[in-house]
Design a protein. Structure first.
Length: 362
C-alpha cells in the first residue's frame, strides 16, 4: 500500500518521529514536508536530532497568511498526489498543513487517516479548533489519544473506525529522555534543577498587542523568579514591532534563548519547577515528564491534564499570572503529586498500536 504522510511544523515532526521508521518498514511510505515551519531551529534541527530520514517532497510554502498558506499547500500537494497515486493520506493534529492535506485528499477521493483526533477546546475562535473539527469529520480512520477524545468524537456522531491508541508524543518523550538528561542546558544560565520556570509563548491570540503586553508586564513584576524563555520567531517579531523587545531583554530574571532542539528543550522542561505555556503539545509533554503546567489561556484541548490536576488554566491577565506563578512556586508538593499520576496519553507504545491497526485495515 502506498501512503503519504504529511508534516509541516515542529510538533508534527516530533509526534511523527516514532511513526516514520515504522511506516517505512510496513508500507510504501512517502513523506511530505509542507514547510509551514521552515526556520532551522523549528524544523531541520529536529530531523537531525531525532535521526529521521529526509523527506521525499518538500513543498517549501513558507510563512504566509493562513488562507494563502493552505492554498499553496493544496496546489503543491495535489501535484505530489498525482505523481504518487497513494491509497491513503495520513495527517496529524490540527495545523494548516493537516487541514490542507485533508482537503487535498478529499478532492481526490483518497481515504484520510487522522492521528490525534477528537481534541476539542470548544472555542471556535481558535483556528486550530475549526481545523480539528473539519479534519475529524472528513477522515475515514481516526486515532484518538484518550478516552475523553473518543467521547468527544462520539458526541459528534463519529463512531466508526475510531481507535484509542494514546499519543505518540509520549513515545517520543520516553525514548528521548535518557539522551536529553545529559545536556543539562539549564547550566548555561547558571541555574540548577528546580531553580527556574520555563516559559513558551507562540499562539496567534497571545501575540496580539493587548495579551502580549499583559504577559510581558507580568514577567517584569516577578524579579524573584528566574525564567528561561526559548522564543518563537513569531513572538520575537511581535515584541520588536511593539517596541517591547528591549524591555524583555533588559529584564534580568528572564533569560531569552533561541528555540531549542528537542533534546535540549526536554531537558529544560524536565528539570524546571514548572512551565508557563500556551502550547498544546507542551501540556502533553509536561505531564509525560511529570512537571506542573500553568497554561496562559482560558481554555485547552488537553482537558485530561486539567482534570488530573497537572495543569491549570490561568489566562493572560497580569495579576492572575503573577498570583498563580507565586502559588505554584511555593507548592513544592505539586510536582510530587504529578509523579504519582497515570499518564492519560498512554505508555509510549502508541506508534506500535497505530501501525498494527493500519495493517489490519489493509
Amino acid at each position: 500500500m502506498i501512503v503519504i504522510s504529511i508534516i509541516g511544523t515542529r510538533p508534527e515532526i516530533i509526534k511523527m518521529a516514532p511513526l516514520i521508521p515504522k511506516f517505512d518498514a510496513t508500507f510504501e511510505h512517502v513523506l511530505v514536508h509542507t514547510g509551514q515551519h521552515y526556520d532551522y531551529h523549528m524544523s531541520e534541527v529536529f530531523f537531525k536530532e531525532l535521526g529521521l530520514r529526509r523527506c521525499d517532497f518538500d513543498l517549501n510554502v513558507g510563512s504566509y497568511s493562513p488562507p494563502k498558506q493552505i492554498g499553496l499547500i493544496l496546489i503543491r500537494l495535489d501535484e505530489v498526489i498525482q505523481k504518487v497515486n497513494p491509497q491513503s493520506i495520513i495527517v496529524l493534529g490540527d495545523t494548516n498543513s493537516s487541514l490542507a492535506g485533508t482537503l487535498a485528499a478529499s478532492k481526490r477521493k483518497i481515504p484520510i487517516i487522522h492521528i490525534e483526533s477528537g481534541l476539542r477546546s470548544f472555542d471556535k475562535m481558535m483556528p486550530e479548533e475549526i481545523n480539528r473539527v473539519v479534519i475529524d469529520h472528513m477522515s475515514e480512520t481516526l486515532f484518538a489519544p484518550s478516552k475523553l477524545t473518543v467521547k468527544n468524537l462520539s458526541q459528534e456522531g463519529i463512531c466508526k473506525n475510531v481507535f484509542m491508541v494514546g499519543n505518540t508524543v509520549v513515545d517520543a518523550c520516553l525514548k528521548s529522555l535518557p539522551a536529553a538528561s545529559e545536556s543539562k542546558v539549564y547550566e548555561r544560565f547558571g541555574l540548577g534543577v528546580d531553580d527556574y520556570v520555563v516559559i513558551t509563548l507562540h499562539r496567534e491570540a497571545n501575540t496580539e498587542e493587548k495579551k502580549l503586553r499583559n504577559i510581558v508586564q507580568a514577567l517584569t513584576r516577578m524579579p524573584k523568579f528566574k525564567f528561561i524563555f526559548p522564543i518563537h520567531p513569531r513572538t520575537r517579531k511581535k515584541l520588536v514591532q511593539m517596541n517591547l523587545w528591549k524591555k524583555v531583554r533588559k529584564t534580568e530574571n528572564v533569560h531569552i534563548t533561541n528555540p531549542l532542539s528537542y533534546l535540549s528543550f526536554l531537558c529544560l522542561l524536565q528539570n524546571s519547577r514548572f512551565v508557563l505555556t500556551d502550547s498544546g503539545g507542551i501540556q502533553e509533554e509536561a505531564i509525560t515528564v511529570k512537571v506542573p503546567c500553568l497554561t496562559l489561556r482560558d481554555n485547552t484541548e488537553r482537558w485530561e491534564t486539567i482534570h488530573l490536576g497537572a495543569n491549570k488554566l490561568i489566562g493572560t491577565e497580569p495579576k492572575r499570572i503573577v498570583d498563580e506563578t507565586r502559588i505554584a512556586w511555593r507548592d513544592r508538593e505539586w510536582k510530587q503529586r504529578i509523579k504519582r499520576l497515570k499518564n492519560p496519553y498512554g505508555d509510549g507504545r502508541s506508534a506500535e498500536r497505530i501501525v498494527k491497526r493500519l495493517e489490519g485495515l489493509t
